[in-house]
Design a binder for this molecule. Structure first.
Ligand code: UD1
Ligand code: CA
Length: 454
């Protein structure tokens, strides 16, 4: 059976009170719509059509060619939104899954179960439903005496009796594609909101004597529709908990899951311990037996095994094994830190390479530098890489010892095994195995204070 999917994402999202288009609001570091597209893409689907309206360009920018697009110029309701896909899939035979762009928690497994149940029961339409103690705002599933679905009634159109129903429409459906587009022609907008409701298709098909089935998910949490910022924060904490649970099952210790934020893509090895206040973002890969946090932000980095990162931030960089970073270090993009390196407190590293066993333990700025192996950068070592217009490279070869409070004015090369005396400002290359002193000589004026008193 051919399968198609329609993702509804043209609504303005008035209840968000935002300049940002609703489905672009982020959950766990990614726009809601991207989560939905990922989930739908995990199924065996021939064509995905996303319905876009306001801010369409921005949505398309995020999703690229992962889906096709249909425009809904005016937001006249969810049924009207689905009609916009007719030009692309209207003539197809098969099953069409319809999902909302604002339900980022519905898993591919649940969508798959709905599709399979739909096809197995030979229904023309199937609704994913859920039970909840507080159904406020959701469409209610109205069943007849035999227990089969009659129709869906929106909250604003429901009678007091119907409002008591706790089974809700999750906004996810499967349809026989032909039956869907036929029934859509009969949907009207004579209701409390003056909108064309997609859920009306269920009642229409039922009245035609077609088979309509419902598939109930156990987990109301996953069906949460994000209409306002409160639901947005709920979605964040539900997805966050889900991701954290997965890592814990894989052998990662998370001291305080409520205060640990890990992206969906992150990979973390067993026996790594994550302390509170840590955000692991983007495509970060962390090895095993590491200690991460507390209060650490890591984005798009690759980290080896047995590495410690405490109270620090790092972005788009590669860090080896047995490395110690922090507290209070900042590793900026395109840095490569090899094994057994130490980057200590108040050290900023930018677009630099650190060879195995090198150290910058305190108060340094190392930018556009190639640091060899077993180099010691003393407290306050600075690469002077920028003249206000251009950036220049500093090369510090293997075994160099840079004394405290030294300025290395790039472009400059410090040869293998050399020493830089503390307080030097180095402007010229230093040859291998030499000592370079570049500071004014000290003069002591004897008896100066006594003379001054007189
Ligand atoms: C909808 C359902 C409701 C269900 C709930 C589940 C309708 C009429 N009601 O209500 O039964 O319980 O979802 O979360 O469908 N959209 C468009 N074009 C439009 C209007 C909406 O693309 O003209 C999109 C929105 O961007 C959103 C989705 O459709 O992603 C749902 O719209 P929304 O306004 O959030 O519907 P709800 O009131 O939540
Ligand atoms: Ca909604």
């Amino acid at each position: 059976m051919n399968r198609f999917a329609i993702i509804l994402a043209a609504g303005q999202g008035t209840r968000m009170k935002s300049k940002l288009y609703k489905v672009l609001h982020q959950v766990c570091g990614k726009p809601m719509i991207e989560h939905v597209v990922e989930h739908v893409s995990a199924l065996d689907i021939k064509k995905i059509v996303t319905i876009v309206g306001h801010g369409a360009e921005k949505v398309q920018e995020f999703l690229g060619d992962r889906t096709e697009y249909a425009h809904q110029e005016e937001q006249l309701g969810t049924a009207h939104a689905v009609v916009q896909a007719e030009g692309i899939i209207g003539n197809e035979q098969g099953t069409t899954l319809v999902v909302c762009g604002d339900t980022p928690l519905i898993t591919p497994e649940t969508m798959k179960a709905l599709l399979e149940n739909h096809e197995k029961t030979n229904a023309k339409a199937s609704i994913l439903t859920a039970f909840t103690d507080d159904p406020t705002g959701y469409g209610r599933i109205i069943r007849n005496n035999e227990g089969s679905v009659e129709k869906i009634v929106e909250h604003k159109d429901a009678s007091p009796e119907e409002l008591k129903v706790q089974e809700i429409n999750t906004g996810t459906y499967c349809f026989d594609n032909q039956a869907l587009f036929m029934a859509l022609k009969e949907v009207g907008n004579d209701n409390a909101q003056g909108e064309f409701y997609l859920p009306d298709v269920i009642g229409i098909l039922k009245q035609k004597g077609e088979k309509v089935s419902a598939y109930q998910t156990e987990d109301f949490e996953e069906t949460l529709g994000v209409n306002d910022r409160i639901a947005l924060s709920q979605a964040e904490s539900i997805m966050k908990a889900r991701i954290n649970r997965l890592h814990m099952k894989n052998g990662v210790t998370i001291i305080d899951p409520a205060n640990t934020y890990i992206s969906k893509e992150a990979v973390i090895g067993a026996d790594t311990v994550i302390y509170p206040g840590t955000m692991i973002k983007g495509k970060t890969i962390i090895g095993s037996d590491c200690v991460i946090g507390p209060n650490t932000e890591i984005e798009n980095c690759k980290i080896g095994d047995f590495t410690e990162v405490r109270h620090s931030t790092m972005f788009s960089s590669e860090i080896g094994s047995h490395v110690k970073i922090g507290p209070f270090a900042h590793i900026r993009p395109q840095s490569v830190i090899h094994d057994e390196v130490k980057i200590g407190n108040f050290v900023e590293v930018k677009k630099s390479i650190f060879g195995t066993g090198s150290k910058a333990s305190h108060l340094s700025y190392i930018g556009d530098a190639e640091v060899g192996k077993d180099v010691n950068l003393g407290c306050g070592s600075i690469t002077v890489n920028y003249d206000g217009k251009n950036k220049y490279l500093t090369k510090i070869e293997d075994g160099v010892f840079v004394g405290c409070n030294s300025n290395l004015i790039a472009p400059v090369t410090i040869g293998k095994n050399s020493y830089i005396a503390a307080g030097s400002t180095i402007t010229d290359d230093v040859p291998e195995s030499s000592l370079s002193i570049a500071r004014a000589r000290q003069t002591n004026k004897l008896g100066y204070i006594e003379k001054k008193k007189k």
